[in-house]
Structure formats: C-alpha cells, structure tokens
Ligand binder design. Structure first.
Ligand code: SAM
Length: 283
C-alpha cells in the first residue's frame, strides 16, 4: 500500500484546517515578497500556495474569480477602465475582459513570479493576458493607487492575499481613500473580504475603513470557496456616490460569455444577507 501525501493548511484562528491529497510538489521558491509553491493533486488539479495559504486550485478557482469580477461589472452601467490590484494568477483579469464594455484592464501585481508561475501551471487563467486591452504591471499596488490620476477609474478590484506582508496596506483607510479618489462618480471598489464566519472582526474592520475613507454604500456578497478557510468566502463592494441596491439584471441574464458559477440568479442570491451578518454588519 502506498502512503498518501496531503497538503494541509492549518487555520489556528478558526481551529480548523483544509487538506488536499497531493501527488507531488512541482515547484517551490522564495521571492523577495513571499514563498510560492505549486502542487499537483489527485482531485483538485494544480494548487498554488503562497506563504502556506491556498490561493488557487484548478478545480474551484471559478467561484472566487467570477464573484470578484461580475457582480461589480453588472452593477456599473458601463465600466470602461478597470484595475485589479494583486490578482497575479490572472483569473480575475480574465473574467473582467469577458466584458466588451471594458476598454482597459490593468493588473497591478507586486510579485512578477506569481504571474510567471500561473502562465506555466494555470495557462487557462492567463488566456486573456495578450488581449490588447490588458496591461500587466509588476509594482506595489498601494503606491500605484496613491499616484493614480483622480477620477479616471470605474472599478478597482483588490484581489489580494491576506492582510499580512505586502498586502497589509491594502486593507486600510488610507488605501481605500486612494481608491475613492481614483474612481469616477458611481465607481465601485471590490475587496476580497475573507471568510464571513472565520474573519468577521476583519470584515467589520474592512467596512469601517471603507466608510472612514468616504464610501457611503457598502454590500458584502458571500459565495462558496471550497479551498479557502471554512469553505465560505466574501467580496465587499463599496460605491462612490451611488447606492448598491440594484444591478443590471437583464444584462446578467443575457450575458454573451460563459461562466461556471455566476448568473443573474446567483447575483440576486449573493445580495441576500444571513441573519448573523445582518446583525454584525447592519446591511
Ligand atoms: N484569491 C487569492 C486569495 O485570497 O487567496 C488571492 C490571489 S492573488 C495570487 C493575491 C496576490 O496579491 C498575490 O499574488 C500577491 O503577490 C499580491 N499582492 C499582495 N500585496 C500586494 C501589493 N501591495 N500590491 C500588489 N499586489 C499585491
């Protein structure tokens, strides 16, 4: 009998862990920013792990990438200029570029190695990288956003690692204030806001910082994400000057591209808030 090998991500804060049966480690390296590992698995395809935390699996990344992109794009009436901060695996960028109305999509990733490894091990996520509307920059998203010309963006998607290391400054009021300044009226900020169950205090802090920065309308959408702690994740949307109660439902129903999770019904369902979250967030 052969011994099975498992990759386990232990979550001390929630007293739980998630494990994947792996066959071999395909790559490991320490970049100036973080450690990156790529694994092959028996059931989940390839895995990308940064600093011991699961980022992407071949099998289930579509939940996260679609929910980081499409709810905001089907809420904004016509998003022409979109920026993804982080997101080096390029999956969110690919979803953004499915929208014909997008004229320019810039991905600002601090660590070029994440993208180079994604190109090698997750080529399907990188299939739109050569779209003429796409621009890939490898610099710090905090600095880029602070220097961005005011009122030039329609959507900012913060597809970041957890708020430690280089991503720490992507979760505070100063950064959200830079985003607010860079967005045009009606523009939308999307922040991956972790597990509503395991990270509720952090989720509250994110929303407090967004409000403190001057965003009035906030909405936290929840969705399944099997490979992340607790298997349940969230994206928080914040809008400049306009509320977030509606979305382009007809546009979502008639969408001209394929998705695996997102559709108009899922969008409506994701806007519903469970009782404990309503109590905690006041949505
Ligand atoms: N969906 C993933 C998750 O929640 O596990 C995140 C995926 S994506 C790989 C996160 C990316 O954010 C990483 O590649 C990391 O290098 C990037 N990142 C972290 N801090 C950053 C910063 N200050 N500026 C730009 N990118 C940053």
């Amino acid at each position: 009998m052969t011994t099975q090998q498992w990759f386990n991500e232990q979550h001390d804060y929630s007293g739980s862990s998630i494990g994947f049966r792996v066959t071999q480690r395909l790559h490991t390296e320490q970049t100036p920013f973080q450690s990156i590992e790529i694994w092959d698995s028996t059931d989940w395809g390839k895995l990308m792990v940064i600093d011991g935390c699961m980022m992407v699996t071949t099998r289930d990344n579509f939940f996260y990438h679609e929910m980081m992109a499409h709810p905001a794009l089907f809420t904004h009436p016509r998003a022409r200029r979109v920026v993804v901060i982080g997101g080096g695996d390029c999956g969110t960028l690919r979803e953004v570029l499915k929208h014909d109305e997008v004229e320019s999509a810039v991905q600002v990733e601090i660590d070029e190695r994440v993208t180079r490894l994604a190109e090698q091990y997750f080529p399907e996520l990188c299939e739109s990288n050569n779209d003429p509307r796409a621009q890939l920059l490898f610099i710090d998203g905090i600095k880029w956003m602070a220097e961005c010309e005011p009122e030039t963006l329609d959507i900012v998607i913060v597809d970041s690692t957890d708020p430690i290391g280089p991503a720490q400054g992507l979760f505070n009021e100063a950064f959200y204030h830079s985003c607010l300044k860079a967005l045009r009226h009606g523009g939308i900020l999307v922040q991956q806001s972790e597990s509503p169950l395991a990270h509720l205090p952090l989720l509250k802090d994110i929303r407090k910082a967004m409000k403190g920065a001057g965003f009035q309308a906030l909405r936290t959408l929840t969705f399944p994400q099997p490979c992340y702690p607790t298997g349940w994740w969230s994206a928080t949307l914040a809008r400049k000057g306009v509320d977030l109660s509606d979305f382009r439902e007809r546009g979502a129903e008639m969408k001209q591209f394929a998705t695996q999770y997102y559709n108009a019904e899922i969008h409506k369902a994701a806007l519903a808030s469970p009782e404990f979250l309503r109590d905690a967030l006041g949505d």
